[in-house]
Design a protein around this ligand. Structure first.
Ligand code: HEM
Ligand code: HEM
Length: 216
């Protein structure tokens, strides 16, 4: 039987994948150690023990990642930020198809660019909550002496709400990754042309030929 060849499209560079996949365990460690600090009876042991220390160490890894992204991929970082906060008429139309998209149906979806409208919303909300969790985290770490009980309680509330928001976003992000079989882009850097046409047809049309490879 003749083997069919598949055209693949480059989606992420190795450095972008590296930042993403160092970020995921750092985020999960912060989530687990953070919840241990928050929820009794774990908090009794966690606050005096390794959890607090691990949380602080992982927070430096997470905070370093946006800087590493900007240093290694300044153009991609700028595009990611700009695109995440720019919504076109097609994007607004895309949101009307969101319930069907949620169930894995893509029929009639308006054409989308490099990141679709749902991803834009995810990435934009992730950026905002990264800032709020980071700033409130530094306040909790360094502001203890200066802020007083009300200030610290406010910082803890912002930190906890951001944690909740980011966790909900991560669950949605993972759900869509597996429903649409998008993992190969972030694992190997390439997606099939068929997937790119279904999800990001505007982006596909604009890509130069050297972004494609043929796999036998
Ligand atoms: C730059 C990032 C971050 C910094 C600097 C940071 C820092 C801190 C600090 C200093 C505390 C107080 C620890 C203590 O009791 O002494 C804390 C608590 C906590 N962190 Fe983070 N953190 C960061 C990211 C995260 C992330 C990503 C999550 C989860 C997604 C998270 C979840 C929590 C939770 C749930 C608590 C317990 C808060 C409470 O007691 O009300 N943190 N964090
Ligand atoms: C096991 C958990 C995760 C999986 C399976 C996963 C999977 C993916 C995949 C497949 C993409 C590429 C989507 C595309 O082709 O456009 C992606 C991109 C992205 N993910 Fe995740 N992800 C996970 C966790 C996270 C977490 C925890 C965050 C942030 C808190 C995050 C933030 C992002 C961002 C910002 C992008 C866009 C990256 C860029 O354009 O450079 N992901 N993820």
């Amino acid at each position: 039987m003749a083997s069919e060849s598949v055209r693949l499209v480059r989606r992420y560079l190795p450095t972008q994948r590296l930042v993403h996949w160092v970020g995921v365990p750092a985020f999960l460690v912060l989530l687990v150690t953070g919840i241990a600090l928050l929820v009794p009876p774990f908090s009794y042991y966690a606050a005096g023990g390794a959890s607090r220390m691990i949380h602080k160490i992982a927070s430096f890894v997470l905070a370093a990642l946006p800087i590493v992204y900007v240093v290694l991929n300044p153009k991609a970082a700028k595009e990611l930020l700009k695109e995440s906060f720019t919504y076109t008429r097609d994007d607004l139309e895309w949101f009307k198809h969101m319930p069907a998209y949620f169930l894995g149906r893509t029929k009639g979806l308006p054409p989308q660019g490099r990141i679709n409208a749902g991803q834009k919303l995810h990435h934009a909300a992730t950026f905002i909550m990264f800032v709020s969790i980071g700033v409130s985290g530094w306040v909790l770490m360094f502001g203890k002496g200066q802020l007083g009980p009300d200030g610290l309680a406010l910082a803890a509330m912002i930190h906890d709400l951001s944690m909740l928001g980011l966790t909900v976003l991560m669950i949605g992000h993972m759900y869509f990754t597996f429903v649409y079989d998008a993992l190969s882009g972030m694992l190997r850097g390439y997606v099939t042309e068929e997937y790119a046409r279904m999800e990001h047809s505007k982006w596909l049309e604009e890509l130069p030929e050297n972004e494609f490879v043929v796999k036998k």
